[in-house]
Design a protein around this ligand. Structure first.
Ligand SMILES: [Zn+2]
Length: 149
């Protein structure tokens, strides 16, 4: 089997990465937001269950924390990363299952985690340009709202 992608290859890097949940139900929406909402084509992806939750100091995500920090440092060095976008999403199973949270505490924790994770990423990478967003399900669509640090 052979498949030829329709998308032409562009080797230019844009020096931006996004850290978000790997939940496949919102993957296309995250791409849409980053490509068209933030105008970040070809951004580097760091996707794992819960996204930046692992950078917020939860003991349950200690192993992931080290892995993601290593990846970020690699991207800063090799891809000259200068901008990082963090996205959390409504009803994330990492929070409901691994951390056992339920609404309304669930979203409050996710928002607080985005702020904590942004500070942590800044501390370990030195990157100043870090943004955070919360993805909400509304009328069968996904809407993105900025979360202020
Ligand atoms: Zn999730």
């Amino acid at each position: 089997m052979r498949f030829r992608a329709t998308e032409p290859y562009n080797p230019a890097r844009i020096h931006a990465a996004a850290i978000y949940c790997s939940d496949g139900r919102v993957g296309e929406h995250f791409d849409d937001f980053l490509h068209n909402g933030l105008n970040l084509p070809r951004y580097d992806r760091v996707a794992l269950p819960g996204g930046a939750a692992c950078l917020a100091g939860h003991q349950q995500a200690h192993l992931e924390e080290q892995g993601v920090i290593d990846e970020l440092k690699f991207l800063v060095e090799v891809h000259s990363l200068s901008r990082v976008v963090l996205i959390a999403h409504e009803g994330c199973a990492f929070y409901t299952t691994r951390l056992g949270l339920t609404p309304p505490r669930l979203e409050l924790m996710q928002r607080a985690d985005l702020v904590r994770a942004a500070a942590f990423v800044h501390r370990v990478t030195g990157i100043d340009h870090i943004e955070a967003y919360f993805a909400r399900l509304k009328d069968a669509r996904i809407e993105f709202e900025a979360v202020e640090a």
